[in-house]
Ligand binder design. Structure first.
Ligand SMILES: [Zn+2]
Length: 99
């Protein structure tokens, strides 16, 4: 494991991951270094859809997440399903997103 990463490091996860209904398909590292682990589905933009846990608990459930624990701040990694390869990219800047 990344030696800088504490087992109890706080991570924001969506309710689906929290309830173990869906696997983590999207890992985001904020510019400030915060971790976000999401199922990749749409979520309400309210606190009800998110929980904060120690990242180690999520890793225990899904050890394949360890592959992306070397993400730099401001980067994200996504995959299409459990066991699929991770694709990394810069976290989109919402202010400059074009549709
Ligand atoms: Zn979710």
């Amino acid at each position: 494991m990344n030696p800088e990463l504490d087992y109890h490091c706080a991570a924001l996860i969506c309710i689906h991951v929290f309830e173990r209904k869906r696997p983590v398909l999207l890992v985001c590292r904020g510019a400030d270094g915060d971790w976000g682990l999401y199922c990749g589905s749409a979520h309400q933009d309210s606190g009800d859809d998110y929980r904060v846990v120690g990242i180690g608990h999520v890793l225990d459930d899904d050890p394949t997440l360890r592959e992306v624990l070397n993400l730099e701040p401001g980067w994200e990694a996504e995959r299409s399903g459990l066991g699929q390869p991770w694709r990394r990219g810069l976290v989109p800047d919402e202010d400059e997103a074009t549709y």
